[in-house]
Design a protein around this ligand. Structure first.
Ligand SMILES: Cc1cc2nc3c(=O)[nH]c(=O)nc-3n(C[C@H](O)[C@H](O)[C@H](O)COP(=O)(O)O)c2cc1C
Length: 226
């Protein structure tokens, strides 16, 4: 747990299958920048760690009758029987002042492995529900979260009137439905558009831009007491 006396903790949850991808370089850049700004940085690399994204009945004790996932999450919290991998990731989440979700945009959303991390680790009865409410009453109220992503499409396509429409519209379900839902204050996303078409020089400049954006976040984000 951090206090004003301790270094704030940033948890970066990264979801890209290729260590040499731009997304992974972007994540590494963000981690380095946060570290230089005084954060203790914890990186969870879901593909590298072989994270199992599917929430199903086998991670819970056997049930009599129909399997109700959120009821079983609440029971597992009450009885101390949460799956060990989920418990370990949840503890890292609860320790973090700043959560960064790092991913390539897939189908205008999160890669499935990261969606499955939310499914399993945003456990009802811990980050929301049970003794906690939703949004400002949820357990992570006072902490910050941001998205760090790449796209295939160019930035013009994500403007109002562009081929796809505004980026904020696509990110709304993550910002509001996942992050604010459990209490986070959501920061401006850091987006690199179309890294696949960049020259080496453009790629270097894009990583510098990421570092500058993350440095601003690090300077603005004050750790909460929890
Ligand atoms: C399954 C899949 C779905 C994708 N969906 C989108 C999409 O909805 N919008 C978009 O702009 N790019 C999409 N892309 C392209 C990726 O976002 C793009 O290749 C990636 O962000 C580039 O970063 P990288 O080189 O680090 O992988 C998709 C790629 C894959 C593999």
């Amino acid at each position: 747990m951090s206090t004003f006396d301790a270094a704030p903790i940033a948890l970066i949850v990264h979801a890209h299958p290729e260590p040499h991808s731009f997304s992974t370089a972007q994540m590494t850049t963000a981690a380095r920048t946060l570290g230089e700004a005084g954060y203790r940085v914890d990186v969870l690399d879901l593909y590298a760690d072989g994270w199992a994204p599917i929430l199903d009945r086998h991670e819970f004790l056997p049930v009599d009758g129909p399997f109700k996932p959120q009821a079983e999450q609440m029971r597992a919290v009450r009885e101390g029987t949460l799956d060990a991998a989920v418990r370990a990731h949840l503890d890292r989440l609860l320790a973090a002042d700043l959560l960064v979700l790092s991913f390539p945009m897939w189908w205008f959303s999160l890669p499935a492995i990261l969606k499955g991390w939310i499914d399993r680790v945003f456990v009802m009865g811990t980050v929301f529900g049970g003794d906690h409410g939703l949004f400002d009453d949820a357990a992570l109220a006072g902490r910050r979260a941001m998205l760090l992503l790449t796209t295939g499409g160019p930035s013009e396509s994500f403007q109002s009137g562009g081929a796809f429409g505004p980026m904020d519209d696509f990110l709304f379900h993550i910002h509001r439905g996942m992050l604010e839902f459990v209490g986070y204050h959501v920061l401006e996303p850091v987006v690199t558009y179309g890294p696949a078409r960049m020259t080496d020089q453009e790629r270097t400049a894009a990583l510098e831009a990421v570092s500058e954006s993350v440095a601003l976040v690090a300077a603005a984000a004050r750790p909460s007491v929890h």
